[in-house]
Design a protein around this ligand. Structure first.
Ligand code: ADP
Ligand code: MG
Length: 710
């Protein structure tokens, strides 16, 4: 080991916090609540806000209404009590050469003994001017610091960091401790990044970045700091994203090396036969993605590919063509969908084609009759079934395949990682194709799917007019109903989606039933109306969907069961009651149920007051754009990355400093550099990579597993 590396490894990142001077076991216990366990955790405990206490004002120059800082001598300390509210007030009179100020603290009696006449102190707080027969300049509950002769200020006369607090540990205590810890350790913090990258992106050295993120230089712009855009932040953000992407790059490499797979012969005759059966031609985007899939399939490695494409772009067909290759190579295939309705729909969508080509397709869902289920299980095990379409039932214990070689997971965000893995384990290194209509903003995709290959279908089948989206307020509901009636008279069909009620399925159902009854009785007595909800039996649901598809039903009143994937090209109206209660992704999904044929389609959102600011933003995003990616960007911006994926993806890695929306640009370059680095430095065992690897292991070990495949 070279001297440099010896030095690097010598920095005590992992020292337990209780052994740090000024901490001890008691405080270590408090720190644990803030997830601070090691010196490293402490150094990376980034302030969540900064206050500008720089610039000491003369008392005579103070401006009411601002937070300002003064320095002076304590003239008097008194304790008074308000007669009515029983409030105890400590009043410290402070003077500088220019004037007199009263600092007032409420219900903090102990402060009476903190200040002594003649002390020199600095105060910082909101300034008020009060009139009691003469003006009095006051500061309420200011922060204070005793001024020692020529000591550096910690809480005052500078930009000060504000930390998250926990009971027993104030931001101020944290700040004092941080100051002393930095004084002791900061200068020894070894550099992690190679000099080339530091120069290329003009980054601060790590040691300076850590110092300055806690105690910024005086001239730093506080508002930039508060947006996390200071130079110190930039360096730490780069590091965080670079490390994350290095981890993903290593995983991706490891996976492709470790996961030998089936090398399919992709030049079978079935493709041409299938294309002849289709009533349309593939779009250019479908062709391109299919070519990407075929390239993966022909390699002797397990494919791990995600197809992203807005609702209605025709992902199912691409999946079908890919499945067919695997089947022609003599393997069994599986197609898993998140809901029964969707599984059934997929089943019918692909069955005719495959059967026309002499292949067998089976359907498996959890509420099938025992006998029928056993029959399917038997066919899967014997190899008699070429494609098994189903719901979560596909990952049940009792199901075995003879030779599963290819699996498709539709609407993957509805499944957890484990469920996908369970499905894959039913085969021997099968290829995996994941499909999602949740358009993921690029920045998030890079993080979430950093180790997957992503294909994008960015084109709709021809002849589809963009859906018109309109927002109505409650009182114009009759107008919406008239519109629906007019469309139905043109032999079109419509959906009315009933409001989400809190998160209770029972109430959702009640709302839907009430709507249904009201429509039948009062609004559309002459149309055929049906109700569709999650609590219906499978054959009831199927019957309704069949009738809707065949045109026997004009209007489908539904709960959000229609959200995912239903395909009825003749439906042209999607009306959404209480649209303000739905999330943006959900609204977009619902809208995607129409606009699937050649006729002009409409999404009519009905909102009832009062609507929150966020809801307004969501609804106006819907009106303004039909582009799923734009919608997703907006959704991410409104909700923030943590919420974006909801509970299923709760394993999403927690980023400490980076923000995927704000730092999209840094993410792109950090990703590029990270993937290049891993390509050049293989396992990161060379001296230059060792510090990177050490950080990677400390920060991300075990935390990347939730991403894509385990
Ligand atoms: P999604 O990507 O949302 O899963 P689907 O696969 O359900 O979309 O396809 C939506 C509809 O578009 C289906 O009715 C399908 O038959 C049709 N479709 C798919 N590809 C084409 C194409 N190239 N030209 C015309 N229609 C197509
Ligand atoms: Mg689909």
């Amino acid at each position: 080991m070279s001297a440099r590396i010896m030095m690097l490894s010598a920095f005590p990142w992992q020292t337990e916090i209780q052994y740090i001077k000024g901490v001890g076991p008691k405080r270590a216990f408090l720190f644990a609540k803030l997830n601070i366990r090691t010196l490293e955790d402490l150094l990376y405990f980034i302030p969540f806000r900064y206050e500008d206490r720089a610039g000491i004002k003369k008392i005579s120059h103070l401006e009411a209404g601002k937070i300002q800082t003064v320095e002076g001598e304590v003239m008097a300390v008194s304790l008074t009590e308000t007669p009515r509210r029983r409030m105890k007030i400590v009043d410290v009179a402070l003077s500088d050469a220019s004037g007199l100020l009263h600092a007032l603290w409420f219900n903090q009696q102990y402060l009476k003994d903190v200040f002594k006449k003649g002390d020199r102190v600095m105060l910082s707080g909101p300034v008020k001017a009060n009139y009691y027969g003469g003006f009095s300049i006051e500061m309420e509950n200011p922060v204070y610091e005793r001024v020692e002769a020529d000591a550096a200020h910690v809480h005052m006369d500078r930009i000060v960091p504000v930390y998250h607090e926990t009971k027993g540990m104030t931001s101020k205590q944290m700040r004092s401790l941080m100051k002393s810890v930095l004084a002791r350790y900061a200068d020894q913090i070894p550099e992690m990044l190679p000099a080339r990258l530091i120069e290329k992106y003009r980054l601060l050295p790590l040691s300076q970045a850590i110092k300055q993120v806690h105690f910024p230089e005086k001239e730093t712009n506080v508002s930039l700091l508060n947006q996390g855009r200071g130079p110190a932040h930039r360096r730490l953000i780069f590091d965080e994203l670079f490390l994350l992407q290095c981890g993903l790059a290593l995983r991706k490499k490891g996976l492709s090396e470790k996961m030998p797979g089936i090398a399919f012969d992709v030049r079978k005759s079935g493709q041409a036969a299938l294309k002849k059966l289709l009533p349309f031609r593939l779009t250019a985007a479908q062709e391109r993605v299919f070519t990407e899939i075929r390239a993966d399939m022909s390699k002797p490695l397990a494919m791990n590919r995600l197809i992203q494409g807005d609702v209605g772009c025709g992902k199912t067909l691409v999946a079908l063509m890919s499945l067919l290759i695997a089947i022609e190579n003599g393997y069994q295939t599986a197609l898993m969908a998140p809901t029964e309705i969707l599984a059934v729909q997929h089943y019918f969508a692909v069955k005719d084609y495959l059967e026309a080509l002499g292949k067998s397709v089976c359907l498996l869902t959890s509420d099938m009759k025992k006998k029928a289920k056993e029959d399917v299980l038997h066919k899967a095990a014997s190899g008699a079934c070429d494609l098994l379409v189903g719901t979560h039932a596909l990952i049940q214990k009792g199901l075995r395949f003879k030779n599963l070689g290819f699996a498709v997971v539709d609407e993957q965000h509805k499944f957890g990682v484990l469920q996908r893995v369970t499905l894959l384990k039913k085969g021997v290194q099968p290829d995996l194709l994941i499909m999602t209509a949740t358009p993921i903003p690029r920045t998030l995709a890079l993080t979430l799917y950093g180790d997957l290959n992503v294909s994008v279908i960015d084109e709709m089948p021809p002849g589809r007019a963009p859906i018109q989206t309109r927002l109505y307020y409650g009182k114009s509901r009759p107008e919406v109903y008239r519109f629906i009636a007019a469309e139905i008279k043109k032999r079109r069909q419509a959906y009315v989606v009933c409001p989400l009620v809190e998160s209770s399925e029972k109430l959702d159902l009640k709302a839907a039933v009430e709507h249904f009854e009201m429509f039948k009785r009062d609004v559309f007595p002459h149309f055929n109306i049906a109700l569709l909800h999650g609590k219906m039996k499978r054959d009831e649901k199927e019957a309704v969907m069949r009738q809707f598809k065949s045109g026997k039903i004009d209007l489908l009143v539904a709960t959000t069961v229609v959200e995912v994937g239903i395909d009825i090209p003749n439906a042209t109206v999607m009306a959404i009651e209480h649209a303000e209660r739905f999330g943006l992704a959900q609204l977009h999904q619902l809208r995607g149920r129409v606009g699937r044929g050649r006729a002009q389609s409409y999404c009519l959102m009905i909102a009832d007051d009062p609507i929150s600011k966020d809801a307004k933003r969501r609804l106006s995003a819907m009106v303004q754009s039909t582009d799923g990616f734009k919608i997703a960007e907006e959704d991410l911006a409104i909700r923030g990355p943590g919420e974006f994926f909801g509970t299923r993806q709760s394993g999403m890695p927690v980023l400490q400093v980076a923000n995927l929306i704000r730092d999209a640009k840094i993410l792109e370059v950090a990703r590029q550099e990270a993937f290049d680095w891993v390509a050049q430095h293989k396992t990161l065992a060379d001296p230059e990579s060792l510090p990177i690897r050490a950080f990677l292991e400390r920060k991300w070990r075990g935390k990347l597993e939730w991403l894509s495949m385990a």
